[in-house]
Design a protein around this ligand. Structure first.
Ligand code: DX5
Ligand code: ZN
Length: 223
């Protein structure tokens, strides 16, 4: 099974965004992850549809849009039109999850649901079989470059067990604080899509070397 790597552009150099996205694609990224924040659901404001459009023009990879915004239903159509391939909404930011999931799918995008570290897996149990992606946050959403919360590693294993028990085909994504030192344990516990921001775009051996290093650890840890 191929474990996917989705670099998060949050920590990219925005002065050279298109070039950095192309470098990540050439290095072998599977998806590009775009973190949309509204300053309400999370204490930070980042980017919106204009940046999604710019990334869309820079790559042919699927665009995985992570909506850290209150009531994302209001913007589903705009993000699909901007080029989002999949959209992930936070269970904590949505009043009617069933209707929101249906709205994303109806707009023609793949649909994901995200859980903050303290949110129980049970919050998505009733809907899990209808998702393309379940995102288990490994940091509190809002900023790149945070340290992975160690308790979330076991939650990834329990999410894997829940999806398997329900026969749910959803990808299991992890996001936040992923490094080449901890990516193996996340893959070993059943994560199938790895989001990595600073460990791709900041320091190390540059984008292509960082992607290669993460990829090597991911391959070695496959269950
Ligand atoms: C956090 C975002 C993440 C984050 C990833 O709120 O959803 O995608 O930017 O960045 P790193 O890998 O640096 O934690
Ligand atoms: Zn994210």
């Amino acid at each position: 099974m191929h474990i996917k790597l989705a670099p998060s552009i949050l920590n990219a150099d925005f002065g050279q965004l298109a070039d950095q996205v192309r470098q990540a694609e050439e290095a072998g990224a599977d998806w590009m992850h775009v973190d949309v924040m509204d300053g309400q659901f999370v204490p930070n404001i980042t980017m919106g549809t204009l940046v999604v459009e710019a990334v869309r023009r820079a790559t042919r990879l699927p665009l995985d849009v992570h909506l850290m915004i209150e009531e994302p239903r209001r913007f589903v159509r705009e993000f699909v039109d901007a080029g989002a391939s999949s959209m992930t909404v936070h269970v904590e930011a949505v009043r009617h999850l069933d209707a929101t999931v249906a709205e994303v799918r109806g707009a023609g995008a793949q649909v994901g649901v995200a859980l903050c570290p303290a949110t129980p897996l049970a919050m998505v149990e009733e809907i899990a079989t209808r998702l393309d992606l379940l995102l288990v946050m490994t940091v509190n959403p809002g900023f790149g470059g945070q340290r992975l919360i160690s308790e979330t590693v076991d939650k990834v294993a329990r999410a894997r067990a829940m999806l398997d028990r329900l026969g749910a085909p959803a990808e299991l994504q992890v996001d936040g604080g992923v490094t080449r030192d901890n990516v193996g344990e996340l893959v070993a516990r059943g994560a199938t899509v790895i989001v990595a921001g600073s460990s791709v775009f900041v320091g190390g051996e540059g984008i292509s070397g960082n992607v290669a290093a993460l990829r090597a650890r991911m391959q070695a840890a496959r269950p």
